[in-house]
Design a binder for this molecule. Structure first.
Ligand SMILES: [Zn+2]
Length: 328
């Protein structure tokens, strides 16, 4: 750009501003006045893992409320708020996404985790999985396998509706035996929160008992889907290595909950862990592997759609989101 064009562009801008200021058009209603739409694009995102067609599908965000001390053990409210502010995140309200994953191998349609269903105990914006599946062109009746990372409300309460209807009527359910036994056992309800969790989880899992298959650590229980035991967050929490050709993706479930806090301080125990110390050891072991081997992950609670890599940073990690593709 030469000096003359700068000057002429400047004078053009100045002239435009003067014209707008002087013009009665801006306030006369001559613009089209497009209405605010107040809607978002359907929350699904398609990508490939080798020959597998994968679709991340959202159940909507969970509301964790304002930062509280010891949500991450040893992290004060001020430290939590500062980490949020440093990462340009709201400090008055913590939100966690719910990123379910559909895999179509060509022969088998697999859904990993189901969201909270109709229960709104984690905020009003949840329960969107079925609508987003349909928007993605996926009929819940066509799902052959529902796979659960664990049996917490935000992962398995979308199996059965409030009227008792099965949302995935043709699916086998795959989960760990440890989580099935823990979360259907009334004797485990040692406080009010666990009592509520277990009562409702029994309503989700017991009617489907005949269709539940237990996977084992290390087992490839569906084509291209291998279970890796990742205990601590729950007794049977499991992550899945999905492989096709030379590509792979780790469905990391709840190895981590917050893409800043859980990575800056991977050793910090999370308030909703069954065994926080074990969860922290599991997280550090598997995160170390994912970072060293540069394996991409989909993290259930990370910013939509939860796809990216882990890089080591300081004594922890940082989440590097994958660029979203506008063309498949
Ligand atoms: Zn969760």
């Amino acid at each position: 750009m030469n000096a003359k064009s700068v000057i002429s562009r400047r004078s053009l801008l100045a002239g435009t501003a003067a014209a707008l200021a002087a013009s009665p058009v801006a306030s006369s209603g001559a613009f089209a006045r497009a209405p605010l739409l107040n809607t978002q694009a359907p929350a699904y995102y398609r990508f490939r893992i080798g020959t597998i067609e994968a679709t991340a599908v959202s159940d909507g965000p969970l509301d964790l409320g304002a930062p509280q001390p010891d949500i991450f053990k040893g992290v004060s409210k001020d430290d939590f708020s500062k980490a949020l502010a440093d990462n340009f995140l709201p400090t008055e309200k913590v939100k966690l996404e719910q990123n379910a994953l559909v895999l179509n191998t060509g022969d088998t349609l697999v859904l990993i985790d189901t969201g909270t269903g109709a229960q709104k105990l984690m905020g009003p914006d949840t329960g969107r999985l079925l609508g987003n599946l349909r928007a993605a062109g996926i009929d819940p009746k066509d799902v052959d396998a529902v796979v659960l990372t664990h049996a917490h409300p935000d992962h398995c309460w979308g199996l059965i509706g409030t009227g008792g209807q099965q949302h995935f009527p043709n699916a086998q359910i795959y989960m760990s035996q440890e989580d099935f036994e823990f979360w259907t056992d009334p004797a485990r309800a040692t406080n009010d929160m666990l009592k509520g969790f277990i009562e409702n989880t029994r309503r989700q899992l017991l009617p489907l008992r005949e269709r539940i298959v237990f996977f084992k650590d290390g087992q490839q229980f569906l084509p291209g889907v291998q279970a890796i035991a990742a205990p601590g967050h729950t007794v049977g929490h499991t992550v899945f290595m999905i492989s096709s050709g030379d590509r792979s993706l780790c469905n990391a479930g709840d190895l981590a909950h917050h893409h800043v806090m859980s990575l800056q301080r991977p050793q910090a125990e999370f308030a909703f862990d069954t065994d926080g110390a074990q969860a922290a050891r599991t997280r550090q072991r598997l995160f170390g592997m994912l970072a060293a081997q540069r394996i991409p992950l989909l993290a259930y609670h990370f910013p939509w759609p939860g796809l990216g890599h882990l890089a080591t940073q300081g004594g922890g990690y940082r989440f590097v989101p994958s660029p979203l593709q506008t063309v498949l």
